[in-house]
Design a protein around this ligand. Structure first.
Ligand code: UDP
Length: 323
């Protein structure tokens, strides 16, 4: 199969690319290399295209035609919540505009299958009792432009299905971390595990953003999923698009198990053998106390289940950090 992966040179995309290559698919990567790196994609073809530019439609359609592309995995996006709050129009332009261009190119080139990288950020601060696992029927209610842009893309992609039969599936990622191979670590330092590793290896201590939440140890609980498990979910989603019956177009990708900030930092201490004595800082605005996925839909419909636990995630992140 010939698959086009946008954002294929990035952290998550490069894992997807490598798994596709391992199973023998032909891969075309579209990446603007703003954060992606050419040496992460092996032998895949690379088209350097900024999706949000007006001329991208023609370029993308040409790349799809040239490589006989049958499916698109759309991962390329801006993904920093804080930045999205400061530059909302730019986030909409990049994420929603880029997806609009991609959809037009697919229609032009006759490519009818799409997997989209969505996010648990679409749920916002869910209005459910503390400790409830979030299933896909919770009404999305994002609380920042990043989450809004992801939800708008889901809507646009669904509307394309109604309009002209696009087959699509949206994966809502929870907290992605770790590395499937030491050379594919997360190059961005924007999330808890890389932030803590950077602090500790620079002789500083990590900060805990609030320890007075209504959770057992007072720190926020998240669902950390190994990036290699997540990449594997993309392959399962792609196969799903070839099935005759597609009862759902949205799936959570997580483990169904939560870990608190304190637990993650304890694991970091265990994996790195570094001394970890975090300092407690103010709560970060917009952080829900608990965000853990109900993963029954993806398990029963796609037959996918995460296989790596928190220790494997942190061990692999640490190996990649030292690479
Ligand atoms: N967090 C923290 N200290 C940090 C970075 C993050 O305590 O230096 C907390 C953050 O408040 C949240 C959790 O770790 O409760 C995960 O944050 P991250 O930014 O990695 O992901 P998010 O859940 O916000 O998407």
């Amino acid at each position: 199969m010939s698959v086009l992966v946008t954002g294929g040179a990035g952290y998550i995309g490069s894992h997807v690319v490598r798994l596709l290559q391992e199973r023998g698919d032909q891969v075309v990567v579209v990446d603007d290399l703003s954060t992606g790196e050419r040496d992460r994609i092996g032998e895949a073809s690379l088209a350097v295209i900024d999706l949000a530019r007006d001329d991208s439609v023609e370029k993308l359609a040409a790349a799809m035609g040239e490589h006989g592309v049958q499916s698109v995995i759309h991962i390329a996006a801006k993904k920093q919540v804080g930045e999205s709050v400061k530059r909302p129009a730019w986030y909409y332009h990049q994420n929603v505009g880029g997806t609009a261009n991609l959809l037009q190119a697919m229609e032009q080139a006759g490519v009818s299958k799409m997997m989209f990288s969505s996010s648990a950020a679409t749920y916002g601060m869910p209005d459910v009792p503390e400790g409830t696992l979030l299933d896909e029927d919770v009404t999305p209610s994002p609380i920042n432009p990043y989450g809004e842009s992801k939800l708008a893309c889901e809507w646009m992609i669904r509307a394309a299905g109604t309009a002209y039969g696009l087959r699509s599936v949206n994966l809502r990622y929870f907290n992605v971390a770790g590395a499937g191979w030491p050379d594919l670590g997360d190059p961005g330092v924007f999330n808890l595990i890389p932030i803590a590793l950077q602090a500790l290896t620079s002789g500083r201590q990590p900060s805990v953003f609030g320890n007075d939440y209504p959770t057992p140890d007072g720190t926020c609980i998240r669902d950390y999923v190994h990036v290699l498990d997540l990449a594997d979910a993309h392959l399962a989603a792609l196969d799903y698009l070839d099935r005759d019956d597609q009862p759902y177009d949205v799936f959570n990708v997580g483990t169904g198990h939560g870990a608190s900030v304190t637990k993650v930092l304890d694991q970091i201490a265990g994996s790195t053998s570094l001394e970890v004595t975090p300092t407690v800082a103010e709560r970060r605005p917009g952080d829900p106390a608990t965000l853990v996925a109900d993963v029954s839909r993806i398990e029963s419909t796609l037959g996918w289940k995460a296989t790596n636990d928190l220790a494997a995630i942190v061990d692999s992140a640490w190996r990649a950090w030292q690479h």
